[in-house]
Design a protein around this ligand. Structure first.
Ligand SMILES: [Zn+2]
Length: 121
């Protein structure tokens, strides 16, 4: 049996976001070693014949930057619609993107508060 590495903090953020804000396609999260300047990206990919949303983050930046980029890219994953609808989208960072960004910030803050309440008993 293959032993999986323990989940890291950013993967835990992705897991939380997938529960709070499910996306059209399940998210695959990868960190890649890109040159400076490349922050991250988000794209629909085919894996074993099924559509997934692949979010890639540059692992050469520190954890704070990686999480900011992750939140940015996850908002793109949340706004993903059918191919026909995406062709009509005027720009990537539209009002729908802004709503998704706001929901992410709200959701992660609320979840942190719930965890504090739980640990406080
Ligand atoms: Zn963007």
């Amino acid at each position: 049996m293959v032993k999986r590495p323990p989940k890291d903090e950013l993967r835990a953020v992705v897991d939380r976001l997938q529960v709070l804000f499910p996306t059209l396609y399940p998210v695959i999260f990868r960190r890649v070693k890109w040159p400076p300047g490349e922050l991250g990206d988000c794209a629909v990919v085919l894996r074993k014949g099924k559509k997934k949303t692949l979010i890639r983050i540059n692992a050469n930046y520190d954890k704070y930057i990686q999480e900011v980029v992750l939140r940015h890219e996850y908002a793109h994953a949340m706004q993903e619609r059918s191919e026909a609808q995406e062709l009509r989208r005027e720009r990537d960072h539209d009002a729908e993107y802004g709503v998704a960004r706001g929901l992410i910030e709200w959701g992660l803050c609320e979840m942190a508060l719930w965890q504090l309440e739980e640990t406080a008993g």
